[in-house]
Design a binder for this molecule. Sequence first.
Ligand SMILES: C[S@@+](CC[C@H](N)C(=O)[O-])C[C@H]1O[C@@H](n2cnc3c(N)ncnc32)[C@H](O)[C@@H]1O
Length: 277
Amino acid sequence: MTRLSDFVANRSLEQIYDEGWGPAVLDPFAEDFKNYVSAGDVVLDVGCGTGIVTLLAAEAAGPEGQVVGIDPTGFLLDRARSKTPAYPVKWIDTNVEDMPFDENTFDVVLCHQTFQYVEDPAAGMAAMKHVAKQGGTIAVSVWSPVEMQIPVRDLEDLIAQHISPEVSTLHAFSFGGLDKLSGLASDAGLDVRFAGTVSKPTEYDSVGACVELMLAGAGRPLPDGSLGMGLFDLEDPAYERGVEDLIAALEIRWADYTRNGRLIVPYFTDVVVAQKQ
Ligand SMILES: C[S@@+](CC[C@H](N)C(=O)[O-])C[C@H]1O[C@@H](n2cnc3c(N)ncnc32)[C@H](O)[C@@H]1O
């Protein structure tokens, strides 16, 4: 067993998503999305994944509200379905381009860390506008570019040297920035009420724990079309030394972000909140 295969042992990707990425990185930003929802709202969470934002929305919408989470990835949606929201949520297996809702259905459309995966973002924005009510709110966030993300930028810098030039963590950070996101909303005819970059501290038990999550807690497409665990073959002992060297190098580089062994380092996200007129 290698350090990384030990990290993922007996855990599914969706479990690591909720137990690892959730508390460390997603939850602090997801909390903000709750503030866009008022009691009684009809809410759509686009690309709900394991339901982190959806459950917060259900809490905020309360017993008079209605909340729907959509996602095209079955195993993430199954995880969402297995949870117990404060008030019932409807889960639908679909992507933003094909969602089966009438025009003017939702008071609030949330899209948290999903828009970077939508192949045609202009079509995705138009679809979200279409299903929002007149005067409804559309809130979208995507991770800010990699140059601003200390853990990703530094890991990426050292990964080729210690692991392999073929390995990369960059996909989620390649959307293109706040101006692009805001421009897409304006071009769709939405009234942009807020466009800004939000920063929050993200926390890990150690530098090693952060590296384990980033290398092993992400999926990679396999040749047969399925999703593999980790950015490379986690069982391969050839990477073992490189992983330890990478952690040692980052412990030095991130000394200013480490307190009593814990790593506390900011992440940045670009957020646009717009209204349908
Ligand atoms: C990083 S996860 C974010 C999940 C959730 N919003 C959260 O904050 O935890 C990205 C999600 O986008 C979904 N996704 C990818 N392409 C999509 C599309 N075209 N329409 C809707 N969701 C999509 C994926 O299945 C995945 O669940």
